[in-house]
Design a protein around this ligand. Structure first.
Ligand code: MTE
Length: 331
């Protein structure tokens, strides 16, 4: 994985954002009923949005519009839409931070289906429409911390991964879950590149209890609108207490497994990128410190560096998953 010092493409906080309306709406809600709600409980339905989800297929517009807000991320300031959608890692479209924004636009994401197999009673393939039928969508504002030591706050729209996994009735032999991204070199220029070091398709994995954890979601939207291709449309994993590379994009395959699956970055450099990849300021990457991070967007006069928190600040919710484990060994 690459790491760079500040480049001209790094967004500045002074960027004008089309999301000001969205933020005003959230402020309005935060001042009202939403404040009274607990973090785990969906709150009131969002107001009808000022802009319909014009890019979304028709069947997705209603669930996006009816997404419920939650207390996750209250008090956090989401990065501007332009930052979240123009500073990305999606190596299927190139290694530059703006390559996904520039080259993913024509990827076809509708229709889309996900095949679920392995250690479960009811393997099968579902279209995204099937997956979302009857599924309440929630807004979750999460911090995303990349292993490259930058981070941002992102308002996702999604649903608990556990809701989907349970439908396939995992067996007791299912100890891990593997995830696979679309493999389509015709649409994904990075997969055609002779310089790529990744063994496509991009693949990731979680332990079963991590996959079933209530913080783990599948996202289909961002800032109240359909997920842009560069952010992993139409369906991407979000695991907020782990380094961003675990949050695999454009998922087409899920496999319940009885043993730990191989994962893309671990395959490339096992001493640098572990399977667990929990955000941890005390365990440095062999080539750089993980004690601090650049919170994007950068300030006008500096890089906006902040201290990194254990489990990206979600320790109260997830530390118990790793009780008794040596986090230096299981990095
Ligand atoms: N998923 C796929 N399929 N391909 C990728 O290159 N990059 C990962 C992750 N998911 C990646 C991926 C990395 S390194 C990060 S930091 C996050 O996506 C970035 O998510 P974002 O671009 O939405 O901020």
């Amino acid at each position: 994985m690459l790491i760079r010092s500040r480049r001209s493409s790094d967004p500045l906080s002074s960027e004008i954002t089309p999301q000001s309306v969205y933020l005003r709406r959230r402020q309005f809600m935060a001042g009202g009923a939403a404040l009274a709600l607990s973090a785990a409980m969906p709150a009131v339905a969002l107001q009808t949005r000022d802009n319909p989800q014009s890019g979304a297929p028709e069947w997705l517009q209603k669930p996006l519009r009816e997404a419920v807000t939650t207390a996750f991320g209250d008090g956090e300031k989401p990065a501007p839409y332009s930052t979240i959608t123009q500073y990305n890692n999606f190596y299927e479209f190139g290694y530059g931070k703006d390559d996904p924004y520039r080259y993913s636009g024509s990827m076809q994401t509708d229709p889309w289906s996900v095949t679920v197999e392995g250690e479960c009673e009811k393997p099968g393939t579902l279209t995204l429409e099937d997956i979302l039928r009857g599924q309440t969508l929630e807004e979750r504002i999460y911090r995303l911390r990349c292993v490259e030591a930058w981070s941002m706050v992102i308002p996702w729209i999604g649903f608990p991964l556990a809701d989907l996994l349970k439908r396939f009735r995992p067996l007791s032999s299912a100890k891990f879950v593997e995830f696979i991204t679309l493999h389509d070199p015709e649409q994904m220029r990075g997969q055609r590149s002779a310089f790529s070091t990744i063994d496509w398709p991009y693949h990731e994995g979680l332990r079963m209890d991590e996959a079933m954890h209530p913080l783990t979601i599948l996202a289909v939207g961002l800032y109240g609108e359909v997920l842009p291709n560069q952010n992993g449309a139409p369906l991407r994993l979000v695991v907020p207490w782990k380094y961003g590379f675990k949050s695999i994009k454009s998922v087409v395959g899920i496999r319940f497994r009885d043993s730990m699956p191989a994962t893309s970055w671990n395959d490339i450099a096992p001493h640098e990128y572990g399977f667990y990849a929990n955000v941890n300021p005390d365990v440095d990457h062999p080539r750089w410190s993980q004690a601090t991070e650049r919170r994007l967007p950068a300030g006008l006069f500096g890089s906006n560096r902040i201290d990194t928190q254990l489990f990206n600040g979600y320790a109260a919710e997830v530390a118990s998953l790793y009780r008794g484990m040596d986090l230096r060994k299981h990095y």
